[in-house]
Design a protein around this ligand. Structure first.
Ligand code: ATP
Ligand code: MG
Length: 259
């Protein structure tokens, strides 16, 4: 059984995709077999790993809904594509995935479709990382139902803690209703700017609120992390010696050596 992690926070732009892509890339470079599931219709993880979304015929949407839309079955194995990093595959998202919330609204077992879809490909991977959308909709429920652990990136900005109560309520709901073994792996502080007092204050506040559950590794604000996706690469291959790359290596070790 692979370790399956969902990267969640319904707040937008906090570093979910950056964290998912770069943890996945480091894990693959470290020799693990990795699948990144793009459960966000924005498809940032897909394009950030060098996959041209417009050239894809199938995506996660087809895997989740094939039986409902009358189309041919779309097993995950036929939809998964390789990425620009050896050992890292992607179950991609195209804009089609935007219809998932509506299509799945009336579906049977709508929260556990991703979990079931991943079963046939599980033995191929050591680690599965699911990048989620900034919402608490059906796709995020599916992601949490399919995961053993969730990892919550929190941006070191004002309002960082806003919405976290609701997020934790959803995690609890999934635990009681569909996935009792789901655990919070930890909180990761992102976009930390050492020159700004606010970053340190927010980091302190998060550590107080999530005592013992915040990773020691803090991800700094680093321009290479922001530029790498426009080259269709994780920062690890784009500029391995950048501070962003090095910190994601440290985070990778911290998350997966103890997992
Ligand atoms: P969404 O909720 O829209 O999916 P997200 O939580 O996945 O967003 P990202 O896409 O990872 O967030 O990051 C938001 C933006 O900030 C992106 O443009 C990304 O390149 C940039 N970014 C992320 N982390 C950093 C960082 N540590 N330093 C600098 N820029 C960053
Ligand atoms: Mg994202």
């Amino acid at each position: 059984m692979p370790q399956t992690f969902a990267i969640i926070n319904q707040k937008g732009g906090v570093g979910k995709t950056t964290t998912a892509v770069n943890l996945a890339a480091w894990a693959a470079i470290d020799g693990r077999r990795v699948l990144l599931v793009d459960a966000d219709p924005q498809g940032n993880a897909t394009s950030g790993l060098g996959i041209n979304r417009r050239k894809l015929d199938l995506c996660l949407y087809d895997v989740l809904t094939a039986d409902m839309t009358g189309g041919p079955p779309a097993p995950a194995s036929e939809v998964i594509v390789p990425s620009c990093v050896e050992g890292l595959d992607v179950l991609p998202a195209t804009i089609d995935l935007a219809a998932a919330d509506i299509t799945l609204a009336s579906a049977l077992a709508r929260e556990t479709r991703l979990r079931h879809a991943l079963v046939p490909v599980q033995s191929r991977y050591d680690i599965i990382i699911i990048d989620t959308a900034p919402s608490l909709g059906i796709l995020t429920f599916n992601s949490l139902a399919a995961a053993q652990k969730c990892l919550i990136p929190i941006q070191c900005e004002y309002y960082a803690l806003e919405g976290l109560t609701q997020l934790l309520d959803v995690v609890r709901l999934v635990q009681t209703q569909v996935n009792p073994s789901l655990r919070i792996a930890g909180v990761v502080l992102t976009m930390y700017d050492g020159r700004v007092n606010l970053s340190a204050e927010v980091a302190q506040e998060v550590r107080t609120n999530f005592r013992g559950r915040v990773y020691d590794t803090v991800i700094p604000r680093n321009v290479k992390l922001a530029v790498a996706p426009s080259h269709g690469q994780p920062v690890v291959t784009f500029d391995r010696n950048s501070s962003g790359s090095k910190r994601y290596w440290m985070l990778y070790k911290e998350v997966f050596d103890n997992a």
